[in-house]
Design a protein around this ligand. Structure first.
Ligand code: FAD
Length: 315
């Protein structure tokens, strides 16, 4: 009856979100008086999970699973939950896990709560705090089914270190042979991913053209941040679609979100509202983003950003 957590990895390395959901699973396990079992697929070293309270790791090693495949991964996690008798399955809110969670809910006949930001306020009934209305409000949702899928928002619960054994067991589930699959084909880069980033530097149409993204990348490098962009910027082909954030793009829940030359349309804000501190640089003092921002600079990005980079380099 242990709490099951899917710990995502990328090129063999655990994502930060994996360690965060392990921390979350440990908090739930403590409330339920049970242990934590992690499902890991092709991670190179699972020992780090013991620092986040994981007691057992079911490790699937299969090179055909190097790329995310929603059906196969959902099948693996479902079989692990059935083997362990887990009623609570915890996943993150990366793009991959958002694909997985509904499939898991179907496979396990489970209720699914997404956008969860805190440990359960009660385990009987199982009640969790979630963001609602594109992060403008919170609500408490009760999952009444026996099996429960909990999708935890990035950077909401945080990393909480606690000891676990993380004993590793090889896990060789049956993989589905056919069916419609959703595959993630993120290109491997050495850049910080938007989902894992503490800081995101994002830019919009105010930058006028792709040739001006050098300063955005430089600012991101200085800060150790991920780069992102508004929808029109990726639609115009100035930046890859993988950087598009907002309601129809990737969600961002970073500790710091810097928006350069982005007006702050509601569809953009919907995806980045969960970020803790928002900073805006915009020439137009009436830009809607200023109403949502914690700090704002009314100024020309082409003057402000280079000065900011210079100052930051002095630290
Ligand atoms: P603009 O609105 O053109 O704003 C550019 C800003 O740059 C302006 O505020 C301007 O004052 C400022 N600026 C100009 N020059 C400078 C300078 N030199 N220095 C500093 N600032 C400058 N958008 C998203 O981003 N993500 C989504 O997921 C998304 N989903 C959508 C879904 C739907 C169904 C629809 C209808 C729209 C969606 N949009 C989305 C589009 C959204 O409505 C806006 O059109 C878009 O966010 C605007 O992008 P922008 O801020 O980069 O460009």
């Amino acid at each position: 009856m242990s709490v099951l957590v899917y710990t995502e990895s990328d090129n063999g390395q655990f994502k930060k979100a994996a360690l965060e959901v392990a921390s979350y699973a440990k908090a739930v396990a403590n409330q339920l008086g049970t242990t934590v079992t992690a499902v890991s697929i092709n991670a190179s070293d699972t020992s780090v999970l013991r620092n986040y309270g994981v007691d057992k790791v079911l490790h699937v090693k299969d090179t055909t699973l190097n790329n995310f495949n929603a059906n196969s991964f959902a099948s693996i996690i479902s079989q692990a939950a059935q083997q362990e008798g887990s009623e609570v399955v915890v996943v993150s809110s990366t793009a991959d896990s958002r694909y997985l969670a509904p499939l898991l809910a179907v496979n396990l006949n489970a209720g699914y709560a997404s956008n969860v930001v805190d440990a359960p306020s009660s385990t009987a009934p199982f009640t969790v705090k979630r963001t609602a209305f594109t992060n403008k409000a919170f609500n408490y949702s009760t999952i009444n089914t026996t099996n429960k899928i909990v999708g935890v928002s990035s950077n909401a619960f945080g990393l909480v270190e606690s000891s676990g054994n993380a004993t590793e067991e090889a896990f060789a589930p049956n993989l589905p042979e056919s069916g419609v699959t959703v595959e993630s084909l993120d290109k491997a880069t050495d850049k910080v991913s938007i989902a894992d980033a503490d800081i995101v530097v994002s830019a919009g149409r105010g930058l006028k053209g792709p040739e001006h993204w050098g300063m955005v990348e430089e600012l991101a490098d200085v800060l150790g941040a991920a780069t992102a962009c508004s929808k029109p910027v990726s639609d115009l082909g100035w930046r890859p679609h993988s950087e598009h954030v907002g309601q129809t793009g990737k969600p961002v829940a970073s500790n710091l979100y810097i928006a350069i030359g982005i007006s702050g349309a509601i569809q953009h804000l919907a995806g980045i509202n969960a970020s803790k501190v928002k900073v805006v640089i915009n020439t137009d003092p009436e830009a809607p983003f200023f109403k949502a921002a914690d700090y704002g600079v009314v100024g020309d990005a082409f003057e402000v950003v280079p000065q900011l980079i210079e100052k930051l380099k002095q630290f």
